[in-house]
Write a protein that binds this ligand. Structure first.
Ligand code: MRU
Length: 321
C-alpha cells in the first residue's frame, strides 16, 4: 500500500528564499509533478486554477501561503486578500486564514496542517462505524488525502471501513467536468488498494435502482448552521436519487468546514467557473458546487462524532478551535 504523506501533498520549504511546494493535482494521474510557489499570489493562483483543490487542502495551502508571505516580507493584508478570494465556496480558506493571521509562521501553518489530518483520522473512525459489513459505497468528486492535505474525509472514512473489513467496493462518480473522481479518487483508491470502479455520473441512478449501492459518502465544502451542505456539483442530484432509493447519504467533513455564521445553504456562495471547462465550442454554464438540503443527509460526520437532525442543534457543538 502506497500512501501520500501530507508533505507530499503540500508543504512549506524554509529555504532562502522560502517557497510553497504542492503536488499539481491537474496533472494527476498521468504525471506526478510538483508546483513551486514563490509568493502568496502564486499560492492563490495555484488554488484558483485548482493545482491544489479540495476544501481542507486549500485551507492548508492558504495557511502556508500566508506564512510564505510573512517569511518573504510581503504585505500581509494584500496576501490574505489574494488568498481569501482565490475560491469562494469552501469556508476552510477563510477559516485557515483567520487562524493564521495572529501568528503567520511556518510552525503555525504546519500545526494547522497536522491538526486537519488528525481531524480526518478521527472522523473516519466515526464514519466507518456507520457502514454495515459488505458495504458497496458510491462517492463523488475527490475527498481523499489530496483534498484534505492527508488521509481524506469521505475517502478516509472508506479506507477506515476497508481496514475494519466492512467495505466491499467503491463506485466512483467521474465528476464532470474536471474529473476529480475519475482522475484523483480512482488513483488514490488504487494507491491504497481499495477495490473500485469509475462510473459516468449519469450511471448512478440505474446502479442504485439495480441494488448495487448501499450508501453514498461524500465530503463537503461548507456546511451551514442548519446542515445544508455545499459540495461538488452533482452531490445534490445524488442525494435526491439516494432518498428515492432509500439509500443513506453520509457527509464526512472536518469541523473546519462547518460554518455556523452561514444560516442556510441559500447563503453559501456558489463558484461559477470558466465555461471552457465544460465545452470550448459552445456557450456553457459551469456552477462548480451545489447545495444538498439538510433533510436529504442521513448523517454529518465530523471529528466530534456522528451528527443527525436537527442539525442546527447537533452542529452547534461541532466547531474547531
Ligand atoms: O472543486 P474542488 O475539486 O475543490 O471540489 C472539491 C469537493 O467538492 C470535495 O468534495 C470537497 O472539497 C470535500 S474534500 C475533503
Amino acid at each position: 500500500m502506497h500512501d501520500l504523506t501530507p508533505e507530499q501533498i503540500v508543504r512549506l520549504e524554509d529555504l532562502t528564499p522560502a517557497r510553497v511546494v504542492l503536488l499539481d493535482q491537474r496533472r494527476l494521474p498521468d504525471e506526478v509533478v510538483e508546483l513551486t510557489c514563490s509568493s502568496a499570489a502564486e499560492v492563490a493562483d495555484a488554488i484558483r486554477v485548482m493545482a491544489v483543490r479540495g476544501a481542507p487542502a486549500i485551507g492548508v495551502a492558504a495557511a502556508y501561503g500566508l506564512a510564505l508571505a510573512a517569511a518573504r516580507g510581503e504585505d500581509l493584508d494584500a496576501a490574505e486578500a489574494a488568498l481569501a478570494s482565490s475560491r469562494p465556496t469552501a469556508v476552510n480558506l477563510r477559516w485557515a486564514l483567520e487562524r493564521m493571521r495572529p501568528e503567520p509562521t511556518a510552525d503555525r501553518a504546519r500545526q494547522l496542517h497536522r491538526e486537519e489530518v488528525g481531524r480526518c483520522k478521527r472522523m473516519a473512525a466515526h464514519a466507518a462505524a456507520l457502514l454495515e459489513p459488505g458495504t458497496r459505497a458510491l462517492t463523488h468528486c475527490n475527498a481523499g488525502g489530496l483534498a484534505t492535505g492527508g488521509y481524506g474525509s469521505a475517502i478516509g472514512a472508506l479506507r477506515a471501513a476497508w481496514e475494519h473489513g466492512v467495505l466491499e467496493h467503491v463506485l466512483v462518480g467521474e465528476t464532470r467536468p474536471l474529473l476529480q473522481g475519475a482522475r484523483l479518487t480512482a488513483w488514490e483508491l488504487e494507491q491504497i488498494g481499495i477495490p473500485h470502479a469509475v462510473i459516468a455520473d449519469s450511471a448512478a441512478a440505474s446502479l442504485m435502482a439495480a441494488g448495487e449501492v448501499d450508501c453514498v459518502v461524500t465530503g463537503a465544502d461548507r456546511i451551514a448552521a442548519n446542515g445544508d451542505t455545499a459540495n461538488k456539483i452533482g452531490t445534490y442530484g445524488l442525494a435526491v436519487l439516494a432518498a428515492h432509493h432509500g439509500i443513506p447519504l453520509y457527509v464526512v467533513a472536518p469541523s473546519s468546514t462547518v460554518d455556523l455564521a452561514t444560516a442556510t445553504g441559500a447563503e453559501i456562495p456558489i463558484e461559477e467557473r470558466a465555461a471552457d471547462e465544460v465545452t470550448a465550442r459552445f456557450a456553457a454554464r459551469n456552477p462548480a458546487f451545489d447545495v444538498t438540503p439538510a433533510e436529504l443527509i442521513s448523517a454529518i460526520v465530523t471529528e466530534h462524532g456522528v451528527h443527525r437532525v436537527p442539525y442546527s442543534e447537533a452542529l452547534a457543538g461541532a466547531v474547531a478551535v
